[in-house]
Design a binder for this molecule. Structure first.
Ligand SMILES: Cc1ncc(COP(=O)(O)O)c(C=O)c1O
Length: 398
C-alpha cells in the first residue's frame, strides 16, 4: 500500500510540472497523422499541406523504398535478432555501410539506430574525463546530451563564431583530447556551419572535428553528400555523422570516416554495442534511398528551389527567416504563445507548420519551422504563402 501512496505523490509532482508548462505556453502533445508522410497528409481527419516534415526529398513514400522494405522483410524477417556483436552482423548492414562510405567519399562507415544514438554514443566514446568538447551553442539536443554523458569539459561557443572557438582552443591548449562538434545545417535555423574556418582552427590546435550532417545529407553538396562534401572537406573532417531518417526517408543514422574510427566505435561505443541493430526492412530501404539520391538529382534541386521561392515570398511579406538558404525556413515570431497561435491559425487554413519553442530554441526566439519538400507543388507553396500572409497580418507579425 505504501508504494501506491508514494507513486501517486510522485505523479502529482508531474501533474504540477505539466500545469506549469501549460501556463507558460510550453505544453506539448502529439498530433495524429492518418496517412503517409506525403506533401499533403491527413491530420486529425483533414487534408493539410505538410510543412513540418524532414522527408525533404519525398523518399519516405517512394515506391522503391516501400518495395525494398517489403522484399527484405520477406527474405530476412522482421527483426535483426540482437546487437551486431552478439547475433551477427547481417549482410545488409555491411552492404549499407559500404554504400554509405562510397556516398560520403570516406574510407568506412558504421550504422547506428538513430541520429540521437549516434551523437550520444560517438561523443561520449571519443571524449571523456580530462578531454574537452567544443560545441556550437545551437547544436542539436543529441549533441548536448552526448557532451553531458561524456563527462568531458564542455566549451560552448557562440553560434558559428570561429573567432571565439579559436580563442577557447588556445586557452585550453593543455587539455587531453579536443573534439569540435557542430551541426552542418542547423536544425532550427537552417544556416550552415563555417566548416573551412572550423577545420583550419582545428588543425592549428590539434583538435578532431565532428560534423552532424543530419539535415544536409541527401540535399546539399555534390550528389547530396552534405556540407562536408559541399566544402570539399572529406579528408579534413574526422567524423561525418548523418541520418537515414530525413532526406533519405527511412530511419537510422551513420558515421563515416576512417577505418580506424569504425573499428574503434565497434569496440568502444556503448550505443552501438548495447542495442539491437536496425531491422532488415529499414536497411534495405536505406540502400534504395541512396540509389535514388544518386539517380534523381532533381529531387534535391527541387527541394532547394522550392525553399528559395518560399523564403523569398515570406521575406517580401516582412517575415524574419534568419537569412536561410536551405530547405529549413525558420519564421521567427518571438514568444512561445505567438508561435502556438500562429501554428493553429495556419492549420485552420490547411497548412501544418509546427511551432517550435524553448527549450528547442532560445527564449524569445520561438518560431514556426517550415520545412520544404521536393514534392511540394507550386500550388501547395502558393497556398502556404497566402496562409502566412493572412495570419501574419491578423496577428500583427508583419
Ligand atoms: C541535427 C540533428 N542531429 C541529430 C538528430 C537525431 O536524429 P534521429 O531523429 O535519427 O534520432 C536530429 C533529428 O532531429 C537532428 O536534427
Amino acid at each position: 500500500m505504501s508504494r501506491v501512496v508514494h507513486s501517486s505523490t510522485a505523479l502529482s509532482a508531474l501533474e504540477a510540472d505539466l500545469d506549469h508548462l501549460a501556463q507558460v505556453g510550453l505544453y506539448r502533445s502529439c498530433r495524429v497523422v492518418q496517412s503517409d508522410q506525403s506533401a499533403r497528409v491527413i491530420l486529425e481527419g483533414r487534408e493539410v499541406i505538410m510543412l513540418s516534415s524532414n522527408n525533404y526529398l519525398g523518399l519516405a513514400t517512394h515506391p522503391r523504398l516501400r518495395a525494398a522494405a517489403v522484399e527484405a522483410a520477406e527474405r530476412y524477417g522482421a527483426g535483426s535478432g540482437g546487437s551486431r556483436l552478439i547475433s551477427g552482423s547481417m549482410e545488409l548492414h555491411e552492404q549499407l555501410e559500404q554504400a554509405i562510405a562510397r556516398f560520403k567519399d570516406s574510407e568506412a562507415a558504421i550504422v547506428f539506430n538513430s541520429g540521437y544514438q549516434a551523437n550520444v554514443g560517438v561523443i561520449s566514446t571519443l571524449a571523456g574525463k580530462g578531454d574537452i568538447v567544443f560545441s556550437d551553442e545551437l547544436n542539436h539536443a543529441s549533441i548536448i546530451d552526448g557532451c553531458r554523458l561524456s563527462r568531458a569539459q564542455v566549451c560552448v561557443y557562440p553560434h558559428r563564431d570561429v573567432g571565439a572557438l579559436s580563442k577557447l582552443l588556445a586557452e585550453n591548449a593543455d587539455a587531453g583530447r579536443k573534439l569540435i562538434v557542430t551541426d552542418g545545417v542547423f536544425s532550427m535555423d537552417g544556416d550552415i556551419a563555417p566548416l573551412p574556418d572550423i577545420v583550419a582552427a582545428a588543425r592549428r590546435h590539434g583538435a578532431m572535428v565532428m560534423v552532424d550532417d543530419a539535415h544536409a545529407t541527401g540535399v546539399l553538396g555534390p550528389n547530396g553528400r552534405g556540407t562536408v562534401g559541399a566544402f570539399g572537406l572529406e579528408d579534413e573532417v574526422d567524423i561525418q555523422m548523418g541520418t537515414l531518417s530525413k532526406a533519405l526517408g527511412g530511419f537510422g543514422a551513420f558515421v563515416a570516416g576512417r577505418q580506424i574510427l569504425r573499428d574503434y566505435l565497434i569496440n568502444r561505443c556503448r550505443s552501438f554495442i548495447f542495442s539491437t541493430s536496425l531491422p532488415p526492412s529499414v536497411i534495405a530501404s536505406a540502400l534504395a534511398a541512396l540509389e535514388i539520391v544518386d539517380q534523381e538529382p532533381w529531387r534535391r534541386e527541387r527541394a532547394l528551389s522550392n525553399a528559395a521561392w518560399l523564403a523569398k515570398g515570406l521575406n517580401e511579406l516582412g517575415f524574419d527567416t534568419l537569412g536561410t538558404t536551405t530547405q529549413i525556413i525558420p519564421v521567427v515570431v518571438g514568444q512561445a504563445d505567438m508561435a502556438v497561435r500562429m501554428s493553429q491559425m495556419l492549420l485552420d487554413r490547411g497548412v501544418f507548420a509546427q511551432g517550435v519553442r524553448p527549450p528547442t530554441v532560445p527564449e524569445g526566439k520561438s518560431r514556426l519551422r517550415a520545412t520544404v519538400m521536393a514534392t511540394h507543388t507550386g500550388e501547395d507553396l502558393a497556398q502556404v504563402l497566402h496562409a502566412f500572409a493572412e495570419v501574419g497580418r491578423i496577428l500583427g507579425v508583419v
